[in-house]
Design a protein around this ligand. Structure first.
Ligand SMILES: Cc1ncc(COP(=O)(O)O)c(C=O)c1O
Length: 417
């Protein structure tokens, strides 16, 4: 396993970097000639910022991303500081610090500071939206069978409780055009439709959906759109303001690499007033988004660690990260699709997918494929066998190397035989 010390030693032996002592944050110390020489040198330096388990190749980075070591170290320092300051921290600067992070996130994601709050995760964000609408019996909401189970369940609860009608469509793996997707949502709209839920990136296949076009179409028909952006923030380059959506929820512990338990909720200004919070909060005006953000006492070091994760993310740069992740996915899918009996459940077109893709082998159940990959080839993935998707989800990250993907490809070749 290439650890930090060995990696530095190897670079020193090669004469690639000048001798330095006390190397703390390698990212800060990447010499320009390395950064600009070969992209792989840069990404090897990034890899060196992560402590990876040597027992297996991790191609299941869609659940959550581990923190890079520079982020983890600063987070641990915050945990210690807040543990020492205790209620003094909570009673003096807690909310001011949280607001600063929230404002920085709003700037990064291209929305107004008073339209965004920090939540614990996408589930909390989207369930706040779904449960906060005053549903009347017969109201309709459109969603896809490939949407995330917890949100589908939350809509189911509104059906049982208020008589909401769930209209469930199915997204094709390989759409011919954006229009094909838009038509699916449009055809499901009736005069009773109040909300569309749509994934920015479908978690089980990695497909990126044409959010802005769906929002534009829906708004023409008076329907609001809630976007499940669990996988999009810090994965692909976009601004919420460009999407024209009404609600947007994401988890920052997925691609931004924060500690677990950080997310965002965006609510368009004009939607805030009539929205019911899950936890009552009358300390703010009805039009103030903070009324949706009453959390009780919660792990506040996570809030401020978001700063450290943004710092790290911005040093890489979202465009460079998106390109790298797409490169890694294309690297293996472009080869895997030519292996006999292997099929890819993710669209090929550049704008329709990025890091995540799903692959299956004819005649092998997803769970068996995932087990075989792990037991025999030491490759960690996750089986997906629902919503018409049958395969294993492969999610490389910034620390994944093409060597690791070559090992995965060899495993696929052997298995398919
Ligand atoms: C599409 C999608 N939505 C929502 C979630 C829920 O995210 P969290 O568990 O961080 O709330 C996930 C988690 O994987 C997801 O993939």
């Amino acid at each position: 396993m290439l650890n930090k010390r060995n990696f530095l030693k190897s670079l020193l032996l090669l004469g690639t970097i000048p001798f330095t002592t006390k190397a703390k944050n390698i990212l800060d110390e990447i010499p320009e000639e390395i950064k600009n020489k070969k992209p792989d040198d840069f990404w090897l330096q990034i890899r060196n910022d992560y402590i990876l388990k040597p027992d297996y190749i991790n191609l299941e980075n869609g659940y959550f991303s581990m923190m890079a070591q520079p982020v983890l170290e600063k987070y641990m320092a915050d945990v210690r500081m807040i543990n020492t300051e205790a209620s003094y921290y909570m009673r003096t600067v807690q909310f001011e610090k949280k607001q600063k992070v929230s404002d920085r996130l709003a700037e990064m994601l291209g929305c107004a500071g008073d339209e965004l709050i920090i939540t614990r995760n996408t589930t909390e964000s989207l369930d706040t939206v779904i449960s906060g609408i005053d549903w009347k019996a017969g109201d309709e909401a459109i969603m896809a069978e490939q949407d995330y189970g917890s949100m589908l369940d939350m809509f189911k609860q509104q059906s049982k409780r208020y008589g909401l009608v769930q209209k469930i469509i199915s997204i094709p793996f390989h759409p011919k055009s954006d229009e094909e997707i838009i038509a699916l949502y449009e055809n499901a709209i009736t005069p009773k439709t109040r909300l569309i839920m749509i994934c920015h990136i479908i978690n089980i296949t990695g497909q990126i959906l044409p959010i802005k076009k769906v929002c534009d179409m829906a708004h023409k028909k008076g329907v609001a759109v809630m976007v499940d952006g669990a996988h999009a923030v810090a994965h692909i380059d976009f601004k919420i303001s460009d999407l024209n959506c009404d609600y947007y929820g994401s988890s920052l512990h997925k691609w931004l690499g924060t500690p677990m338990g950080a997310g965002i909720l965006y609510v368009r200004k004009d939607k805030i007033k009539t929205h019911w919070p899950i936890y009552a909060e009358y300390g703010f005006e009805e039009t103030d988004i903070r009324k949706l953000n009453h959390t009780g006492t919660n792990p506040v070091p996570v809030d401020i660690a978001i700063h450290h994760a943004i710092d790290y993310h911005q040093k890489i740069g979202v465009k460079r990260k998106e390109e790298r992740l797409r490169f890694l996915q294309n690297y293996w899918t472009s080869k895997a699709k030519n292996i006999k009996h292997v099929f890819i459940n993710t669209p090929e077109e550049a704008g329709r997918s990025c890091a995540i893709a799903n692959v299956g082998v004819e005649g092998i159940k997803p769970a068996d494929l995932a087990k075989l990959l792990f037991d025999k080839y030491k490759i960690w993935t996750v089986a997906i066998d629902s919503a018409n998707v049958h395969g294993v989800r492969i999610t490389p990250h910034v620390y994944t190397t093409t060597d690791e993907l070559d090992i995965f490809l060899k495993a696929l070749e052997s298995i398919s035989k």
